[in-house]
Design a protein around this ligand. Structure first.
Ligand code: DX5
Ligand code: ZN
Length: 219
């Protein structure tokens, strides 16, 4: 059985209080801190870069799970390594045929490497990455904003990806899913084969963060 992990996205948090926020997430049972890095080019929104990672680093021991929604993520890897990132995820839509090579560079920096595809990208585009990646991420909303609705066809992609991993000698590889996950649909996401759950609004809109994180783990 794969361990289920919950990765709250600080995109839904108060940007003026990120240190306290990540500390509170750790105290309330989060497994990873999901950091949505957006450059205003790959996606229209601008959030933050490696400086934010460096500044929140002292506030938590949890792995900082950095989702890079930026152009030329390969030029940013050293900065994230220096800032203290633990997991770096890059988009196949941006890295294209250099995705596997980019994953290797991330690992050479001592970080865990992950690749992600958007909802309109076929899941087969991740298959080449399975051998090198420490995690694979499927977007279940179009990247750029929190608080969107989960795209139901994502479930088939999760199933296809888990099936591919099982048939190709990587049954235990983490599959992370990102976007629109709530306490109501998380069970479907987990039974389809995902085990790392990103949740922004579901966690930050909750009156009881600990209980919500527990329920998002399927507990
Ligand atoms: C979207 C981001 C997500 C987002 C998830 O571009 O990658 O991580 O913060 O937020 P919710 O859970 O609110 O959909
Ligand atoms: Zn994300």
């Amino acid at each position: 059985m794969l361990e289920i992990k919950v990765a709250p996205s600080i995109l839904a948090g108060d940007f003026a209080r990120m240190g306290e926020t990540v500390k509170k997430l750790e105290e309330n049972g989060a497994d990873y801190i999901h950091c949505d890095v957006m450059d205003g080019n790959f996606v229209p929104t601008i959030t933050f870069g490696s400086q934010m990672i460096e500044h929140i680093r002292p506030y938590t021991r949890l792995p900082l799970d950095c989702h890079l929604m930026v152009l030329r993520p390969d030029t940013r890897l050293e900065g994230f390594a220096r800032a203290g990132a633990d997991i770096v995820t890059v988009h196949v839509e941006e890295c294209r045929e250099l995705t596997v090579q980019t994953l290797r560079i991330i690992k050479n920096y001592g970080m865990r490497a992950s690749a992600v595809i958007n909802p309109n990208t076929p899941v087969e585009e991740l298959f080449d990455c399975a051998e090198v990646a420490d995690m694979l991420l499927l977007m279940s909303v179009h990247p750029g904003w929190g608080g969107q609705k989960f795209i139901p066809s994502s479930l088939e992609k999760i199933e296809k990806l888990r099936d591919f991993l099982v048939r190709n000698g990587r049954p235990e590889l983490d599959i992370e899913v990102d976007g629109g996950i709530t306490e109501d649909n998380v069970k479907d996401v987990i039974s389809a084969g995902a085990n790392v759950i990103v949740a922004g609004s579901a966690v930050f809109r909750s009156a009881d963060i600990r209980a919500t994180i527990g329920r998002l783990r399927g507990a």
